[in-house]
Design a protein around this ligand. Structure first.
Ligand code: UDP
Ligand code: MN
Length: 401
């Protein structure tokens, strides 16, 4: 008798569990729309491998148990949230801008099919970014410091303050001088001919003591600290390698070439055409290096970049772990048919050997290592306003690893 009772209760329990599973499955398939997924983003990150194991088979998923219920990490967005979080004030859109700006912009507004942006790739152009007398014509509309503010239509109720202000933060050292020339020419002509509903500045942050290895994290943190202190009202920062420029077909890039911040960090450069190798490459689905657009408050929330990575590699993976750990997901446009960005030729950097050991304890350092202690680790030596960019020179405390 007792046995029959047991079987009865066991079967009832099993049936209830089944119902629960089916209910959840059906329910979740109805509710997995984009905005909910963002709220649901609760990545869990606990180290599960030693640094030695990581070196053997490097994959961010292997290092941290990241719960990818955060759909966006690997999901293409299409046009679903394209304009949701772009302008602070929606009435200030492209139509609020003054169309008399210049013919280039006018053409792109009137005839979206024509591409007024065509990448310029001749590095022997007689342009020295550090000499304002050599500015090419395409940079004529800029204000000092590589600042661009769209002119607003006099009849529309729209103030410049209603537009997003985007600051491009570009880590740099002199070995990439040729890249910088082409970067500035291409970025300004792309941004001005195609994207017009935000103001922007290009801020180049240069490491001047190159006898110690390049430290991208310290440069970016120094640049953001400078922005905060100078009270420049940046809503959105775009962390941008100096060797990446938008591909041909600027107007056709649409969402894939749209730098404006979204609700969550927005990674634009998973697919890149490498000019030196003459081939296209799709990076792994967890890459956040290259070009990352994110809200200033999110950058502050993750405590910026780690300051510990010298030489090439893993500082971006560390940053990604920081984002997951503070409940930020990564959004991506779809890959599209052709790469939206091209990598300009440069010598490759030597990978750092210590990067994996830092990566394996990234989480434990997040609070103390970043924007919060950059003051002790790097010094801003100069701030100059050239015509096509703002130039910060930074001395990174010398360490050779
Ligand atoms: N960078 C630099 N000088 C260096 C190394 C890197 O200015 O010696 C900057 C530059 O903006 C570059 C970015 O850091 O685009 C990323 O480095 P790199 O191009 O070497 O990495 P990749 O993405 O090609 O692996
Ligand atoms: Mn590169």
């Amino acid at each position: 008798m007792g046995r029959i009772k047991l079987i009865f209760w066991f079967s009832l329990g099993l049936t209830l569990v089944n119902f629960w599973v089916i209910y959840n499955y059906v329910f979740s398939s109805f509710t997995s729309n984009p905005s909910q997924s963002i709220e649901k983003c609760q990545p869990v990150s606990t180290p599960k491998k030693s640094s030695k194991e990581i070196q053997l088979n490097f994959n961010i998923m292997d290092i941290y148990r990241i719960d990818v219920s955060c759909d966006y990490i690997i999901r293409d967005l299409g046009s679903k949230i394209s304009n949701e979080f772009v302008n602070k004030n929606k009435k200030c859109s492209a139509s609020s801008l003054n169309l008399d700006l210049n013919t280039k912009i006018q053409n792109s507004l009137l005839n979206q099919k024509n591409d007024s942006y065509i990448p310029f790739l001749n590095k022997s152009v007689p342009f020295d970014p550090f000499d304002d007398n050599t500015q090419p014509e395409v940079l004529n509309n800029l204000q000092l410091g590589g600042l661009w503010k769209p002119k607003l239509h006099p009849d529309k109720e729209c103030k410049l303050d209603d537009l997003d202000h985007v600051v491009f933060v570009v880590p740099f050292s002199r070995s990439r001088y040729d890249n910088l020339k082409l970067f500035l020419i291409n970025m300004h002509s792309y941004l001005q001919s195609y994207q017009y509903s935000f103001s922007y500045r290009i801020l180049v942050v240069e490491q001047i003591d190159m006898d110690s290895k390049f430290n991208k994290g310290r440069l970016i943190n120094s640049a953001v600290k400078h922005l905060i202190e100078s009270k420049e009202n940046a809503d959105c920062i775009v962390i941008h390698d100096v060797d990446l420029v938008p591909s041909a077909g600027g107007n056709k890039l649409g969402e894939r070439g749209d730098y404006r911040c979204r609700k969550m960090p927005w990674h634009l450069s998973r697919k890149v055409f490498n000019l030196k190798m003459n081939h296209e490459r799709i990076y792994n689905q967890f890459l956040t290096g290259g070009i990352l657009s994110l809200r200033m408050d999110h950058f502050v929330r993750v405590n910026g970049f780690s300051n510990e990575y010298f030489g090439w590699g893993a500082e971006d993976d560390d940053f990604q772990i920081r984002m997951f750990n503070t409940k930020l997901c990564i959004l991506r446009p779809d890959l599209g048919e052709k790469a939206s960005f091209m990598m300009l030729p440069h010598d490759s950097s030597k990978a750092s050997n210590s990067r994996f050991s830092y990566l394996s304890n990234a989480l434990s350092r997040q609070k103390e290592d970043g924007l919060s202690n950059i003051i002790h680790l790097a010094e801003i030596k100069s701030l100059k306003y050239f015509k096509s960019f703002t130039h910060l020179q930074v001395l990174v405390k010398k360490i050779n690893r």
